[in-house]
Design a protein around this ligand. Sequence first.
Ligand code: BV8
Length: 240
Amino acid sequence: MKIPVELIQMLRNSQEIAVLTGAGISAESGVPTFREAQTGLWAQYNPEELATPQAFQRNPALVWEWYAWRRELVAKAQPNQGHLALVKMGMYQKNLTIVTQNVDGLHQRAGSQNVIELHGNIQRFKCATEHRILTEWGEQTAIPPHCPHCHGLIRPDVVWFNENLPEQALTQALQLINRCDMLLSIGTSALVQPAASLPLVALRAGATVVEINPDTTPLTAHAQFVLQGKAGEILPQLLQ
Ligand code: BV8
């Protein structure tokens, strides 16, 4: 993929870069995206049905087990060339903030400093009743443990479908989106709201939007630059 020289110049001269990432940036680390069929036991389930409060209410053990499987997979995954290129870009572009939809923590593990987690983090837990963040509780169990304070069930500290996003994260993301002059949308199908609207808000605020994705998405027609390919292959080329 040839990177337009004009884009390299714009990246170098930009005052503030916002980066919106989705599951695609972790694909080359071996973390399945939401659009890919899940493997093994989980192939029979649709993530959008499991990542809901209703699923957890109906079958807490199943949802807890799904997250345990994903946590283990994420723990074994390593940041890839895409994550690492964003770390380097953040070194020479002092105002670069990543707004991620991912819950895998791979941007932070790669070394990125400014990361806004719109949908929480799979390695963090909270009480399902009082939403109190919990750092430890009894032994690791196959079924959701109970909160030591209120005895409610413990759940992953992630945002499920039909749950509100963390207010502070969304507010910070919107402030960034309205002041950035460049937005890179990387590895997202641009389908899940309200994250999917952020690049369009940036466009309306006058930012240049760049999409990096092997496939087309609802954002493709609106982006000023469309770099069709894998994040791990394209992002290092932006560091020229
Ligand atoms: C909310 C955490 C208010 C959990 C996730 C307006 C219109 C329509 C619907 C709605 C709307 N507003 C709200 C909704 C409902 C819903 C929604 O958007 N539904 C969709 C399905 C239509 N949104 C919500 O519920 C949100 N809450 O709005 O609150 C509210 C309150 C009450 C009632 C109603 C509304 C909460 C959404 C957050 C859900 N939680 N994750 C967990 O992880 O378990 S979402 C989860 O799925 C991810 O975090 C991510 O956001 C999303 C998957 O999207 P992507 O990241 O884009 O991944 P995907 O697999 O889809 O695509 C991967 C892309 O990568 C592909 O394009 C592929 O081509 C590309 N790719 C592949 N390989 C590579 C690559 N790219 C680069 N390099 C590669 N190598």
